[in-house]
Design a protein around this ligand. Structure first.
Ligand code: FMN
Length: 357
């Protein structure tokens, strides 16, 4: 099965199914001599795992990583780093009664059309569980980015139609929704709890700011950095849009409003505004990279839905099991991980292909 690897120099392959014994990632292109610890990766995994609060699923995945290759005495060797995460607390029984049914809003029908069979246990490979492996690989990318002074900050921008109006970075990890606006959290939790009460689900929006990326990172034409970021982010289950800078609002602006004027700020070239979101022509400008993506409402809902089974017979389905009424806060670290992988890969490409002698 292709489609399981991402990146050019910093290349990540994930493997494993939701209810198989393990999931994990093989990360190639990690420079030698880098100090990496399981505890840092575990901290990142804890931000993604379910069971963090009343609005996430009751499933308790321990999510402890084991580094099984590419590291000696706490330092990378330059060989592939393999990260293994054991799947605990799987309840495949919840899925037995619907193994032949196409769940609305899920990948089941597409997988059957593509492969002729599918791992029906917990969604198999299409499950959000796969993204734990991405978060582990992204943690390795973040360790490399730290060396370059690059910081990635992700948060929840919207739940349903309710949007933040202010940003306090220090508040993000202090609340269960990863919302940076203190005034909005209670209302947002309420929106999710209302949906949960009626067996329904809600979506929202994730925003990511990347600080400290130097100007001149990215490649032209097909590998523009925003194209790679879109690829990485759009490959996450449940993500339905990608925007950079002002995004689709650009369509309504005049050129004189959109263009970011350059200034010389004590010898450093900067822009007065950042409508372009830190990227021009696919190459970074040194301003913050600003990205946004829409998260659809969770597919698994307990409200009765009509569908068909693999024989085309009409069926009714009420999805049992432990599912999040809203996955937006858990997706924040996954988006950060994909952004980290892309930025590291682009920095490595910049080093591999210098512009002039
Ligand atoms: C971190 C994470 C957790 C997820 N958890 C669930 C879940 O509990 N229930 C669910 O129906 N979908 C969940 N998803 C989304 C599904 O994987 C996704 O919607 C499904 O495979 C269909 O793909 P699509 O929405 O990209 O078309 C999760 C996704 C991520 C990234």
């Amino acid at each position: 099965m292709s489609g399981n690897s991402f990146g050019r120099i910093f290349r990540v392959t994930t493997f494993g199914e939701s209810h198989g014994p393990y999931i994990g990632a093989v990360v190639d292109g990690v420079p030698p001599g880098l100090e990496i610890s399981e505890s840092y990766i575990n901290e990142e995994l804890a931000r993604r795992r379910p069971g963090q609060s009343s609005i996430t699923t009751g499933r308790r995945e321990e999510d402890k990583v084991e580094i099984i290759s590419g590291v000696i005495d706490g330092k990378t060797t330059g060989m592939p780093v393999t990260l293994l995460i054991r799947n605990r607390d799987v309840r495949s029984k919840d899925y037995e009664s619907i193994r032949d049914v196409y769940r609305p809003g899920h990948a089941d029908y597409g997988y059957i059309m593509r492969y002729g069979l599918r791992d029906w246990r917990g969604g198999g490979r299409s499950s959000g569980r796969e993204t734990a492996a991405r978060v582990a690989a992204g943690a390795v990318a973040k360790i490399i980015l730290k060396e370059y002074g690059v910081k990635i900050i992700g948060y929840t921008r919207k739940i349903g139609r309710l949007e933040i109006e202010s940003i306090d970075y220090s508040f993000i990890e202090e609340n269960i929704l990863r919302v940076p606006d203190r005034e909005k959290v209670a209302q947002m939790i309420n929106i999710i709890e209302e949906a949960k009460k009626s067996g329904d689900s809600v979506g929202g929006e994730v925003e990511v700011i990347v600080k400290g990326v130097p100007a001149g990172i990215g490649d032209p034409v097909f590998d523009k950095i925003e194209a790679l970021l879109a690829h990485g982010i759009m490959s996450i289950g449940a993500i339905k849009s990608f925007e950079v800078g002002v995004g689709k609002r650009a369509a309504e602006m005049l050129g004189s409003e959109y263009n970011d004027e350059f200034i010389n700020d004590g010898g450093k070239i900067k822009t007065r505004t950042n409508n372009a979101g830190g990227i021009l022509g696919g190459i970074t400008t040194g301003e913050d990279i600003v990205l946004r993506c829409a998260v659809r409402p969770t597919g698994s809902i307990s409200i009765k839905q009509r569908t068909v089974d693999v024989h085309g017979r009409p069926r009714e389905i009420e999805i049992e099991g432990r599912h999040d009424p809203c996955i937006v806060p858990r997706i924040v670290p996954v988006v950060e991980a994909m952004v980290a992988m892309v930025v590291v890969d682009c920095i490595m490409m910049r080093k591999a292909l210098p512009p002039a002698l």
